[in-house]
Each structure stands twice: as structure tokens, then as C-alpha cells.
Design a protein around this ligand. Structure first.
Ligand code: NMX
Ligand code: MLT
Length: 438
């Protein structure tokens, strides 16, 4: 059994050599033109980032180091007594490119549990915040305040060689992932169950097992399994998504992992990105209220058109890269398909029926390049079924998850000595001058 640090010590020199070779042989090769539409269109389609842990195919969806979600479900070690992928095995895969053994997975679970308690000052900060402050704002503030103990920041201040950056970054990333459940659970308990005690960390449980326990739902095995799957598959979605990209950009200034990930969380908190899971539930509940018991395709269609005609987006549909139903959406639907009590739930049925109608309506509407559901269309309704009905909290769970991928890339960015990210911008006049000369 090797530690994650030992495996990284082995794989980093190999990857460094690969990058050196690419630089030496192909630095001047083109990966495609930069068109005006890329510059004014949110850089969509522009191949402009290095990101190794996962690649998103528009049709097939996400692969983590080449493994699809069903591959991961087969190959990655679940929790004892569980079946779903857990955060530890996903992090091992993302960080090292290797499927960990069961012993390696358990070793990481134990390390997370041992490091999971929050420092007093962060508990006090979170406890002092108004309960009306959005849970995502609280999460970002808590993560930023954890930088008090950043090993990278302290080592940088002492003066370290660039070749040592990644080891300190890794320690911060592991400490941050370990502490996220206690932080996220404290926010939930303060806002929604004030005055009740929070469970302590159980050293024999996996990261998400402890998270669900601290949230107060540890008795619910199915919800625990659902959140294990949810957190594993939201972990990484290549590099260009707004949260991961933000962490990468901020990290490239050598801001420490806590500050970099806090920034990422504030990108995740936008309704076009992670907040969409909150928005989906709110929107589906409004649909249910308006339609009442008579849920038919016709009624759903009418509600969809009402949303679109009022100039709003249909939350949970569309994507910057995907052009097919999101395999994460499919995986979460499949979780439901083996559980009759979930299939019978009216909110889950409404989500499923919306999926039967929405792509047709969005195609007819004719704007979105992708009329199919993304992960957010499905992720909240199961939480709702299990009694976690406070949908303003849902993006926090996404925030616990995305740390796996975004922090993996911070370690690799330091290991590969990637430079400050600083693209060139152009004014409208400058663009006109360039194109008019062509
Ligand atoms: N409902 C209505 N209109 C849409 C939708 C939608 N679901 N998706 C895209 N459009 C519109 C979009 O607003 C744009 O309109 P306009 O020309 O007036 O600006 C047009 O279609 C073209 O957009 P696309 O190029 O298809 O999409 P883009 O890559 O710009 O944006 C999203 C991707 C995900 C931001 C967009 O599809 C969206 O707003 N979806 C709803 C929100 C959502 O579910 N976000 C979650 C994404 C996943 N995540 O977890 O982060
Ligand atoms: C994500 O998981 O980050 C979202 O699907 C958005 C994206 O990939 O752009």
C-alpha cells in the first residue's frame, strides 16, 4: 500500500518529462484559430487550457483519466457496506491517474477523518454570520478563513524553491478537503437546525459518510449513498467550467489553495453554474404549484413556454460544451430507477416528465445549442425526497464536491510549474483594425 504522496512522487516526474517534450517538439504547433466569435462569445470552444484529470466530450460527456462514470462505478472502491463511488477513490484517480486499491482508499478516508475538525476561529466566524446569509457566501468565507493555516503560504513566506511548491500545495488541498464536510455541515445546522448539536467525526467513516452524519442524516443509508455518488461525479468537469477555471486562475498567482478555492466557490454560486441546482428545484416547485395534481405533458409544455417567453432560462438545461443529455444526469436518474420509493415520488416524477418534454420545447424555441438536461436537472429532487428540502443549500454540496477536481489541478499546476494565467484582451476598435486588414 502506497500513500497518495508516494504515488505522486512517482508520477510527477513522468508528467514533467512529457510536458517538456511537448514544449520542445511542438510549442509552435496550432490547436486551431482564435475567431472573433471566441473572443466575444465567452471563449466557448477555444482550446486554451491545460487540464489533465478529466476531458469532456460533447456527446459522450465526462471521462476521468479516461474512465467514464459507469467505468468508475465498476472500478473504484465504495464505502464499506456501500456500492457507490466515494470521494476518496475519485480523488485518488483524479490526482494520480491510478485506480487506488481498497487499502489506499481506506488510508485516505482515515487521514481525512483525522484532519477534519475545524479550527475554533472558523467555527466562531460561521456561528457569527446572519442565518439569512446565503449558504454559499458562508462556505466561501469559511474556506477563505481556513487560509490562516495554509502551509503553502507559510512556506512561500519562508522562501522555498519552485520545485517544492507542489508538496505544500498538496498538504493544503488535503487539509481543505478534509475540513469541508465539517464546514459545510456547520453552515447547514446553523441555518436550518439551530441550537441542535452536530455529530463528531467518526474515524472509521469515509468523507461523505461523515458529512451526511454531521448534516444529521447519517441514519439514512440511501441518502448517504446518493451523496457519495453525487459528490464523486460532480468532482471534476474538465478545466474550463467557471469554478475550476477560477481556482486555476487565482492559483496561478500563487494565491494559496484556500483563497483559490474560495474564489472558485463564488463562481459556483452563480445561477448559470452551480446555483442552477437550487434554481431547478425552485422552478419545479413553482411548476407543481401552478399545475396542481393534473401533471400532463401539455401542462408542462405550457409552463416551459411561459418560462421562456418571460425571458428566463430553463434551469438544468443547456451546456457550454455538452450536446447530449449529461451522463451525470443519467447516473443520478439510474440511482432512482432501482428504488421504487424514489420512482413514486411526485417531485422526482415531475423532473422525469419535464425531461420527456423540455428538449422538444427548447428545440422549437431554437436558441440553446443543447436542449438536453445537465446534471442540475436531476440532482436536487432526490435530496428533496430524502428530507433535505432546503434547496438554497444544494450548491454547497456541489461546492464540497468540486474541490476534488479544482484542487487536484492546483497541485498539478504547481508540479508542472505552469505560469501566471494572463490572456491578452483586445478592445472593439483593436479587433476591427485586425479583421479589416485581413
Ligand atoms: N433555457 C433558455 N435559453 C437557453 C438555455 C436554457 N436552458 N440554455 C441556453 N439558452 C440560450 C442562451 O441564454 C443564449 O441566449 P441569447 O442568445 O439570448 O444570449 C442562447 O440560448 C445560446 O446559448 P448556448 O450557446 O446554447 O449556451 P451557453 O454555452 O452560452 O450557456 C448555459 C450554457 C449552461 C449557461 C445555458 O445553457 C443556461 O443558461 N442553462 C440554464 C442554467 C443551467 O442549467 N446552468 C447549469 C450548467 C451546469 N452546471 O452545473 O454548471
Ligand atoms: C460543471 O460541472 O462545471 C458544469 O457542468 C459546467 C461546465 O462544465 O461548464
Amino acid at each position: 500500500t502506497k500513500t497518495i504522496r508516494e504515488v505522486l512522487q512517482e508520477v510527477i516526474p513522468q508528467k514533467q518529462a512529457q510536458l517538456q517534450e511537448l514544449k520542445a517538439k511542438h510549442s509552435q504547433a496550432s490547436l486551431g484559430d482564435v475567431k472573433v466569435e471566441n473572443v466575444i462569445g465567452g471563449m466557448r470552444g477555444l482550446k486554451a487550457m491545460l487540464w489533465d484529470a478529466s476531458v469532456l466530450d460533447p456527446i459522450e460527456g465526462i471521462r476521468f483519466h479516461g474512465l467514464s462514470i459507469p467505468d468508475c462505478q465498476k472500478q473504484l472502491t465504495p464505502a464499506p457496506g456501500g456500492k457507490e463511488i466515494i470521494a476518496e477513490s475519485m480523488l485518488w484517480l483524479l490526482l494520480t491517474g491510478r485506480v487506488p486499491t481498497e487499502a489506499e482508499t481506506r488510508q485516505l478516508s482515515r487521514e481525512f477523518a483525522e484532519k477534519g475538525d475545524l479550527p475554533k476561529h472558523v467555527e466562531q466566524l460561521i456561528d457569527s454570520l446572519p442565518k439569512t446569509l446565503h449558504p454559499m457566501t458562508q462556505l466561501g468565507m469559511g474556506v477563505a478563513a481556513l487560509n490562516h493555516d495554509s502551509q503553502f503560504a507559510a512556506a512561500y513566506e519562508r522562501g522555498i524553491k519552485k520545485s517544492e511548491y507542489w508538496t505544500h500545495t498538496l498538504e493544503d488541498c488535503i487539509n481543505l478537503i478534509a475540513r469541508l464536510p465539517a464546514l459545510a455541515a456547520r453552515i447547514y445546522r446553523n441555518v436550518y437546525k439551530p441550537g441542535t448539536p452536530i455529530a463528531g467525526i467518526n474515524k472509521d467513516l469515509d468523507l461523505v459518510g461523515n458529512y451526511v452524519n454531521m448534516l444529521g442524516y447519517g441514519h439514512n443509508h440511501d441518502l448517504t449513498e446518493y451523496l457519495r455518488l453525487y459528490i464523486a461525479i460532480h468532482g471534476d468537469h474538465e478545466g474550463g467550467n467557471a469554478s475550476a477555471h477560477t481556482a486555476h486562475l487565482v492559483g496561478s498567482t500563487l494565491s494559496d489553495p484556500y483563497l483559490s478555492y474560495a474564489a472558485a466557490l463564488f463562481a459556483l454560486a452563480g445561477p448559470l453554474h452551480g446555483l442552477a441546482n437550487q434554481e431547478v428545484l425552485r422552478w419545479q416547485m413553482n411548476m407543481q404549484k401552478e399545475i396542481g395534481d393534473k401533471i400532463t405533458h401539455e401542462n408542462i409544455k405550457e409552463f416551459l413556454w411561459k418560462t421562456l417567453k418571460s425571458g428566463q432560462v430553463v434551469p438544468g438545461y443547456g451546456h457550454g460544451v455538452l450536446r447530449n443529455p449529461d451522463p451525470r444526469f443519467i447516473a443520478l436518474q439510474e440511482f432512482c430507477s432501482t428504488r421504487p420509493e424514489l420512482l413514486a415520488d411526485p417531485v422526482i416524477q415531475l423532473v422525469k416528465q419535464t425531461y420527456e418534454v423540455a428538449p422538444g420545447v427548447l428545440k422549437e424555441h431554437g436558441k440553446t445549442k443543447n436542449p438536453y438536461p445537465n446534471v442540475d436537472a436531476a440532482s436536487g429532487c432526490v435530496l428533496y425526497h430524502y428530507g433535505l428540502t432546503e434547496f438554497k443549500y444544494y450548491t454547497v454540496i456541489f461546492g464540497v464536491s468540486r474541490a476534488l477536481g479544482a484542487l487536484t489541478q492546483l497541485v498539478w499546476a504547481r508540479a508542472l510549474n505552469l505560469p501566471l494565467e494572463r490572456p491578452k484582451s483586445l478592445s472593439i476598435d483593436a479587433i476591427k483594425q485586425i479583421v479589416e486588414k485581413q
